[in-house]
Design a protein around this ligand. Structure first.
Ligand code: WT7
Length: 652
């Protein structure tokens, strides 16, 4: 092994020479973006087409009690027209979407911008025929298929607000989101093939709709063609309706601040938060970050391996790339099916130039050995990206050497569902990379590091604390659906005047940011965000569970694993069968991604005399680091801690 030390990695001279932004341009543009955001974004807003140009650029206020975020507010545009129609004159026959199916033997599809226009307009007309109007909500629960892209853009075209629910979520989770957003329509498919297995999405939707209004219509993509139940009058065959619909559908003029989508994400309380993104600022930011962070150039083939059920899929499979007239890959499958070379085979097959994935995927593929990578031709790759959690240096070096052959810059992009696009990231031609650091802020982003105890801004360059952002950027979320008070409380109340990310971070002597992970009750499992409170409420909903406390612990592949302490009802026997049952229970309540990795039977939980569970102690025991539990003197019954240590589940 070579000694990687504190090395700094710079892109090649050729890469830098051709890049959109080099070091000098970064310094100049960044300084301008924070000195005069109005002028900077007035210019950047011109990246997209406006039906009525904006005269107002920035109108934002982070003051607690009156938080309000508006960008380009008097501008009028249509997001779908920007992602599709405006490219027709020059690139009607260029591939917009390369769809790579779950099984490599199924032919891939190359969807041109003209075909995308056709699909989007037809689907928009089907939605209209179902009574969907501007401002109505449409929930989507779909596999990674072209219809998911058509549906997102069809909503945008008619001004409906989409809310995608990841297909790995359970019927209950789907029902909650349909009800919270009061959706008129849910779009699903018969089955979702993934890794050679099929998930019955229609059956899950049927189960969800038992808990929803009878008026919710169900549009079904017959994707695999396998049989499902069918309720006449409620269920509609989407492909058949699209085939019969007109391919002409005018794009609705939308205000810049009209909502584009709602995306539910986990917070520190049990109820998921409906993050609202609007049209103008979001699209400008998604398009700009896609072009500059990934150095997207004409003719490139961009592949983001995320699912459209997450924000990464929204911004970097659909909206950013398509606004830029790019060719974007949409992959239905998983990295290990039919074998561990699938990612690299897809890169080879479609001559991918930029590849963007999560550290958890890199770590699991790294564990399978480099022969899976080496049998593919990866010479088309120019750049690699990482997102979702801090990337550990070992995975970074493997990615760099084995996948990138030492010639592809790696962009470690730090951002969140709430931020719409990248916040802190290397720009590949401008900012030298340090493995494990997200490096420097994107244009217009003003990170500040605060002392968590005093809320004082840390002035020294080299420091650590909690990460806040001092001013707004166009891609920022605007509110939580139906609950602006919770929005202010969740993001602006701990450190008044600033947007609080929920992450801790360190800033080194070069001004580079190193994200150290969440400081709230949110954990990051395989790059999926999970509220520990959500898992707890699922567990306590089980008849035999009296109490539960859930924390994260370090996991080699997933980043963090889910560790649950469970107190059973009086008289209930703790058995392995019950442990299995609880695992299955959480799967059905939330979804497979929330299944606890470890369940420890806890006769009691460490509580203060006022009854508050001391999670700090539970975290330490879960981390197998119980030597330094800190002050336990405020516990009502310190002896419970000894029992938890003696029976701890993680001894690795
Ligand atoms: C949380 C947001 C943004 C799309 C994927 C996740 C963590 C994200 C990084 C990174 C370190 C990262 C943070 C953040 N995170 N990217 N490059 N380095 N941590 O979106 O589900 O909203 O989760 O993911 O903890 O707060 P999300």
């Amino acid at each position: 092994m070579s000694d990687h030390g504190q090395a700094v990695y710079t892109a090649s001279k050729d890469f830098i020479a051709a890049a959109h932004v080099d070091a000098a341009a970064y310094d100049r543009m960044y300084a301008a973006s924070v000195a005069d955001p109005e002028a900077f974004w007035a210019e950047q807003g011109k990246r997209i087409d406006w039906i009525t140009p904006y005269t107002l650029v920035k109108n934002t206020d982070f003051t607690l009690g009156q938080v309000s975020i508006k960008w380009f507010e008097d501008g009028v545009l249509n997001v779908a027209a920007n992602c599709v129609d405006r490219h027709l004159a020059t690139r009607a026959n260029q591939t917009a979407i390369i769809w790579e199916p779950d099984h490599p033997a199924t032919p891939a599809r190359h969807i041109t911008y003209a075909q995308l226009h056709d699909g989007v307009c037809r689907m928009a007309n089907v939605l209209k025929a179902q009574g969907v109007k501007k401002g109505d909500r449409v929930v989507m629960y779909l596999p990674m298929i072209p219809e998911a892209a058509f549906a997102m853009l069809a909503c945008a075209r008619i001004g409906a607000i989409h809310s995608i629910v990841f297909a790995g979520f359970s019927p209950d989770a789907l029902a909650n989101r349909i009800n919270d957003s009061a959706a008129k329509v849910v779009i699903t498919a018969d089955f979702a093939p993934r890794g050679g297995k099929k998930t019955g999405l229609k059956a899950n939707t049927d189960a969800a709709l038992l808990h929803c209004s009878d008026r919710v219509k169900c549009l079904v993509v017959k994707h695999t063609g396998d049989q499902t139940t069918w309720i006449d009058g409620r269920d509609i065959d989407l492909k058949a309706e699209m085939a019969a619909a007109s391919a002409d559908c005018p794009a609705e003029p939308m205000g810049a601040e009209d909502p584009l989508f709602i995306l539910y994400t986990s917070g520190s309380t049990g109820k998921p938060k409906g993050v609202v993104h609007t049209s103008g600022g979001y699209l400008v930011y998604a398009a700009m970050t896609h072009q500059i962070t990934f150095d997207y150039q004409e003719g490139d083939v961009f592949w983001c391996t995320a699912d459209v059920g997450w924000v990464t899929g929204h911004s970097y499979i659909i909206y950013g790339p398509l606004a830029n007239g790019a060719t974007t890959v949409m992959f239905e499958g998983v990295p290990t099916f039919p074998d561990a070379s699938r990612f690299w085979q897809v890169c080879d097959k479609h001559k991918v130039t930029q590849f963007y994935t999560a550290p958890t995927a890199i770590r699991s593929l790294m564990g399978m050995g480099k022969e899976w990578v080496e049998k593919c031709d990866l010479s088309s790759l120019r750049l690699l990206g990482s997102v979702g959690e801090p990337i550990n240096p070992e995975a970074w070096h493997w990615y760099n050497e084995t996948v990138g052959k030492g010639r592809c810059p790696i962009v470690d992009t730090f951002w969140q569902t709430e931020t719409g696009g990248h916040l802190i990231t290397p720009l590949p031609g401008a900012i030298p990379q340090k493995p494990g650091s997200a490096t420097k802020p994107f244009f217009g982003v003003k990170p500040i590091v605060l002392d968590p105890a005093t809320a004082q801004i840390q002035q020294a360059t080299e420091t650590d604390g909690v990460l806040c952002i001092a001013d707004s950027w166009p891609g920022q979320m605007r509110t939580l659906w139906g609950d602006h008070a919770r929005f202010e409380e969740a993001y602006f109340s701990q450190y008044p005047g600033y947007y609080f990310t929920g992450d801790g971070c360190r800033r080194d002597a070069d001004g580079y940011y190193w994200i150290t992970g969440r400081v709230d009750d949110v954990i990051n499992v395989s790059g999926h965000r999970m509220g520990t409170a959500e898992v707890e409420s699922a567990l306590v909903a089980h008849a035999q569970v009296a109490e539960a406390a859930v924390v994260g612990y370090p996991h080699d592949i997933k980043g963090q694993g889910i560790y649950a302490y469970v107190t059973l009802m009086n008289g209930v026997e703790p058995t392995d069968a019950l442990r299995k049952e609880l695992e299955g229970w959480v799967r059905t309540e939330i979804g497979p991604i929330a299944k606890p990795d470890l369940i420890q039977w806890a006769p009691g939980l460490p509580k203060t005399r006022s009854g508050k569970i001391m999670r700090r102690i539970l975290r330490k025991i879960a981390e197998n680091d119980f030597g330094a539990l800190g002050d336990t003197s405020t516990l009502a019954d310190p002896s419970v801690v000894d029992d938890l240590i003696a029976n701890r589940m993680n001894r690795g």
